[in-house]
Design a protein around this ligand. Structure first.
Ligand code: SAH
Length: 338
């Protein structure tokens, strides 16, 4: 077969891989293999799965390095597969569940409509509609919040080691979710104090997690609406994966709201992917641009180029000072209040 046809056919497999991973995560296969390799029949008995069908799933995922097929035919966990375990450091299980669960999965089915209309699957209100839907759907919201925590926990060490937070005294994490990133930053910077800010149900869910990490005394939790106001008193304001959720109009409202909360020389830090001006074939760019499509489908936001961030800053009273890359497909975009 001609090489371009092979390449295209390989690309077409993306959704099958997603659903195979999702199924493995739902069936908790990785947790069941944590004690050592197992025969697929044995695993099928514990799961209550069809033995032949389960073996096919395991072999398909083994071909991608998620599991390993041993010489005796048993299946073992690999380093990649271990990330499907629940409650282990670096677990991505919640992220896999989010990609494969019906709400997200069925939304992507309508990518063509989104491209035609330019709107999200929920219509032109985008992220507002998405977060309102979360408010009415605690189960969907729990899946979303857990996914954010798992993705963020996978990259927080890279952010903490790439950027020096020790020069700040109070860091406000705006839309900080369940507190994964601010907790890691506070742990690495023992003198720093933190304020975790998010909507009320998310802050409620964050309380126990922040306490679990021994940070209840150093991290204040404040619930609110970023469009109304942001807590004052920080000398650094961090927004990770917030601006990319929103169109320019709402992004400017968020940045202006941060600007109003700030006084004196305060640093704004966006933790986001930065889209290259020209497309290349790196896995980094592919992942960034697929996330951009995810924003088109789900939130109406964008992944942006450096020039686009500069323009947003200019229009909201900030000026970009530098972009600090990290080892994890994400950058710290630093801006000063002007
Ligand atoms: N910063 C976290 C979460 C990103 S997801 C991380 O990177 O893991 C976007 C976050 O914005 C969610 O936690 C969501 O609850 C929060 N959010 C959405 N609308 C908000 C609003 N109006 N006010 C405050 N936070 C909001």
């Amino acid at each position: 077969m001609p090489a371009p046809a092979l390449s295209l056919l390989d690309l077409l497999n993306g959704y099958r891989v997603t659903q195979a991973l999702y199924t493995a995560a739902r069936l908790r296969i990785a947790d069941r293999l944590a004690g050592g390799p197992q025969a697929s029949d044995e695993l099928a008995r514990t799961i209550g799965a069809d033995p032949g069908a389960l073996r096919r799933l395991l072999r398909a995922l083994a071909s991608f390095g998620v599991f390993a097929e041993e010489a005796d035919g048993r299946f073992a966990l690999t380093e990649i597969g271990s990330l499907l375990r629940e409650n282990v450091p670096g677990s991505l299980r919640a992220g896999v569940i989010f990609y494969g669960e019906p709400r997200h999965w069925r939304a992507w089915e309508k990518l063509d409509e989104c491209v035609t209309s330019g709107h999200t699957v929920w219509g032109p209100r985008g992220a507002s509609a998405f977060f309102e839907m979360n408010a009415k759907d605690p189960e969907g919201a729990a899946i979303f919040n857990a996914a954010m925590t798992s993705f963020t926990s996978a990259l927080d060490a890279a952010v903490v080691s790439a950027y020096d937070f020790s020069r700040f005294s109070t860091l406000v994490d705006v839309g900080g979710g369940q507190g994964a990133l601010i907790s890691s930053i506070l742990t690495a910077n023992p003198v720093l104090r933190g304020i975790l800010f998010d909507i009320p149900p998310v802050i409620e869910g964050a309380r126990a997690r922040v306490a679990e990490r021994g940070l209840a005394g150093r991290c204040e939790l404040i619930a609110g609406d970023v469009f109304a106001s942001v807590p004052s008193g920080g000398d650094a304001y961090l927004l990770k994966w917030i601006i990319h959720d929103w169109d320019d109009e709402h992004s400017l409202k968020i940045l202006r709201s941060c600007h109003r909360a700030m006084s004196g020389s305060v640093t704004l830090l966006l933790v986001e992917r930065v889209v290259p001006e020209r497309v290349d074939h790196s896995a980094d760019t592919q992942s960034t641009l697929l996330t951009d499509l995810n924003m088109l489908v789900l939130t109406g936001g964008h992944e942006r180029t450096e020039a686009e961030y500069r323009a947003l800053f200019r229009a909201s009273g900030f000026s970009l000072t530098r972009i600090v890359p990290t080892a994890a497909r994400i950058c710290v975009i630093e801006a000063a209040r002007v």
